[in-house]
Write a protein that binds this ligand. Structure first.
Ligand code: PLP
Length: 227
């Protein structure tokens, strides 16, 4: 219990320190607690300590925990690989989806979002280092996917998400995080009102914040190793 609270305090302190070092307001970076493979009880402990945004990777596991917690104040993000046969459950039970990388998923999520709920918040996932084993759209497809998202009634485009290669720096010296920031700003330059650049995890949140991340997704350093 106390251990989880201490870890939360430590992660928050890291976010504050990294923001100040980058001349940024610490409030401009939010924390998503990645609770995959951790129990509803652990989530509850963090909720009591003031954490509200939680990320899950597996639909079935997430639905079970949502039922156990039954807490309307938790904001649930789906961040795992998404198959089209799971979009209905995701559209019904999550507030955000950060792992959308193709048109078909956008169309289904919008269609399947219940009218009784606000539009589903969307971050498009970018395969920023073009790694064949990773999901995510290629940077060149992002503008078209973003435009489509803004046109679908069940969805609200919030921004971009990536899981870059560890410390990938290209020939020009710019990191994957920097390239994500440029892509994000290119959407703004097209007039899109995006506010979320989701990048940075336990091991690299400092460099992500330096490059302009507005949401870090932390699992291991909050909850310990996964079960
Ligand atoms: C598991 C996961 C994380 C958290 O990773 P840690 O290294 O445990 O902090 C963040 N983002 C995504 C998409 C994940 O799947």
């Amino acid at each position: 219990m106390n251990d989880l609270k201490n870890k939360l305090d430590m992660v928050r302190a890291r976010i504050t320190r990294a923001s100040l070092k980058a001349d940024r307001n610490p409030d401009s970076v939010s924390l998503l607690a990645v609770s995959k493979r951790h129990s509803a009880n652990s989530i509850r402990t963090l909720v009591i300590a003031g954490q509200t945004h939680f990320g899950e990777n597996y639909v079935q596991e997430a639905l079970e925990k949502q039922q156990q917690l039954a807490d309307p104040d938790i904001v649930w993000h789906f961040i795992g690989p998404l198959q089209s046969n799971k979009t209905r459950e995701v559209a019904q039970h999550f507030d955000w989806v950060q792992s959308v990388d193709r048109q078909k998923l956008l169309l289904r999520l919008s269609d399947q979002r219940p009218d009784s709920l606000p539009p589903l918040n969307i971050c498009l996932q970018v395969n920023i280092d073009n790694e064949p084993q990773k999901s995510g759209a290629s940077s060149t497809d992002i503008l078209a996917l973003a435009r489509l998202t803004t046109e679908l009634p069940g969805l609200k485009l919030r921004g971009l998400m990536a899981i870059p290669r560890i410390s990938a720096v290209d020939r020009t010296g710019s990191s994957s995080f920097d390239r994500m920031r440029h892509l994000f700003e290119s959407l703004r330059a097209e007039g899109m009102e995006v506010d979320t650049l989701s990048m940075g995890m336990s091991s690299d949140l400092e460099s992500a914040i330096k490059a302009g991340s507005t949401m870090v997704r932390v699992g291991t350093d909050l909850f310990g190793p996964r079960n």
